[in-house]
Write a protein that binds this ligand. Structure first.
Ligand SMILES: C[S@@+](CC[C@H](N)C(=O)[O-])C[C@H]1O[C@@H](n2cnc3c(N)ncnc32)[C@H](O)[C@@H]1O
Length: 218
């Protein structure tokens, strides 16, 4: 998958690219490209923002700046999905992640200040996505959330088995993951459930499914 992120701070993504699962698929299943709006802005002195028409607090990321960045990267009008990250967008869920992970090419637009000139969302983006019902200072953390969530759905990012049995997976009927335990088997009188020590994998799977169902009802 080619995943392009447009941002004002490409270097902020350095940490993410060193972490698994992103690091595991970079250069193979994932071609992550970072673009700075400032590199292609048509305005002087690297300007990218401006005051809102009608007045009001804060600055907006200009539509011509975002358009110039997209034109420089793609030439013509892109025919793949262009996702604007905004708190007013479609709420991110695992189903949305699965859907986006199927794309061969995907672009994420991150804003800051008071957000995008609305014409970016209306005319340049095909989708608007929110990572949750709260407001962050910029779209870089949301973009990283999406890159990470998508990367772990790409082949080779994580062990197939752990992906199949994790929270929201089809194997667990979209529910929560079952509880995990490791050594010691008894700590301060808090024992590990006996079934997990039984070695009976049929019973262990059954117990795990039941635990997942119970947790998901909470
Ligand atoms: C300070 S926010 C703008 C908030 C906007 N003025 C409002 O009231 O909805 C700046 C940028 O951060 C990003 N952002 C903030 N919260 C987000 C969220 N929950 N999901 C996705 N992007 C978010 C978006 O790119 C947004 O344009």
């Amino acid at each position: 998958m080619q995943l392009d992120v447009f941002t004002l701070v490409p270097h902020a993504f350095a940490w993410l690219t060193e972490q698994r699962p992103v690091a595991s698929v970079l250069g193979t299943e994932l071609d992550l490209r970072l673009f700075s709006y400032r590199d292609t802005t048509p305005l002087r002195a690297g300007q990218v923002d401006d005051e809102p028409y009608g007045g009001g607090a804060g600055m907006l990321l200009r539509v011509d700046v975002v358009a110039a960045a997209l034109d420089a990267a793609y030439g013509a009008v892109p025919d793949h999905r262009i996702v604007a990250l905004t708190p007013q967008g479609r709420q991110l869920t695992q189903d949305v992640v699965e859907e986006l992970a199927q794309e061969e090419r995907l672009t994420l637009l991150s804003a800051r200040f008071e957000g995008f000139d609305e014409r970016v969302v209306q005319h340049l983006a095909s989708d608007a996505i929110s990572i949750g019902p709260y407001v962050l200072s910029n779209g870089d953390l949301p973009a990283m959330v999406l890159v990470d969530a998508i990367a772990r759905r790409l082949p080779g990012a994580i062990r197939e088995e752990s992906g199949a049995w994790e929270t929201f997976s089809a194997e667990l009927e979209g529910g929560f993951e079952y509880p995990h335990y490791t050594r010691p088997a008894d700590f301060r009188g808090w024992p590990v459930p006996e079934v997990l020590l039984s070695g009976d994998h049929g019973k262990i799977d059954e117990w795990r499914r039941e635990q997942s169902r119970r947790r998901s009802l909470l």
